[in-house]
Write a protein that binds this ligand. Sequence first.
Ligand SMILES: [Zn+2]
Length: 406
Amino acid sequence: MAFDQIIGHHRQRQKLMDAVKQNRLAHGYLFCGPPGVGAEALAIELACAVNCESGPGEPCGQCRHCRRIRALQHPDVHLLVPASSAPPPERSAGPPSRSRESPARGNAREERRQGLSSLLAGDPYVALPLGKNDILSVDDIRSLRRDASVKPYEGRKKVAIIVSADRMNTAAANALLKTLEEPPGNLMLVLTATRSRLLLPTILSRCQPVSLPRLPEAEVKAALTGRYDVEPDEAALLARRSEGRLAEALSAMSEGGLRLREEAFALLECTHDAPPLRLFEQVESLAAAHREEPAVEQILDHLLELYRDLFILSAAGEPSATGESSTLSSPERQIPLQALASGMNVLDIERGIAAIEEARRSIALNAHVQLALLVLVLRLRLNRGSTGSRETHSRAAPSHTPPATD
Ligand SMILES: [Zn+2]
């Protein structure tokens, strides 16, 4: 799907367009914001503005440059996406490769990279399914430097878009730093990042920052109805859940996204009443099904939303006729959630939210996914016992407590 205009970020876009028209572009930009707000879309838009036949300035969207840049097939616009260096599972059988950059591994990496790029070419607002192993390597930056040393083939300026620049390893960052220190005259670098604190300060100081905040809910809703043909009611719900990240709403719409919501709810129900062994099995199957951490992160995000719903229902007390459903992220589950909320108080819910946040942090910091999830469900379960029934606690009490006398 071709995109006709940028969603939101009107002020940031305007400033960039002015810089293009007045020929005072920086050599390097850093588009930074939460994931899924459209940093890549804006980077592609800027590359069009620089090279459009009717420009430089507002891109027409129709000329050969605009069309090829948007399709990510322009010889002067180099898009660099992180890719995994791990061989794909089907090739890992057979004798182990001796060299780190064996041809098979290099090919697998290139295939993965092309797959990710074509997702972005299809829709620059798509959520890229990047995992822990998807990184930018020093070879990637070197090939970019080689490419940049040649004059533009067709356009006015070479543009290198480095997607998720916060996934550069140290060697790659140092190589990029050289390019930023002595930029070839016709090259503009646009970095996108969600965690700019992971970038070297020397890189940060050489890029002009463009901060891209979360999109207003109304803009996400309008984009969903206008561009993706989503029914207004569903769009309103998806926009509310997305918290200003369009890509989040898009992936929630997908079949996989719906399944992850189901799994989050199953996990919540499990922590409520399943025996410990069942809880363990649930975590084991979850961790086995989702080896890549983005899915686990999404499940935890959904779990947080469910806890937010529990909070609303618990704070509202008795179910009301007017209903809290309009503020819930899962209104279709109001009845089972109400039942769960009735056994909890606000403190239980607050502790639950803190436990989920902590699990998210530790998984982001490379903790063992299965163990982190197990700790989480045990904490959520224990938490429920703290104020609801005391049964769990008294059973777990040490055996040397003196017997009650009658
Ligand atoms: Zn054009």
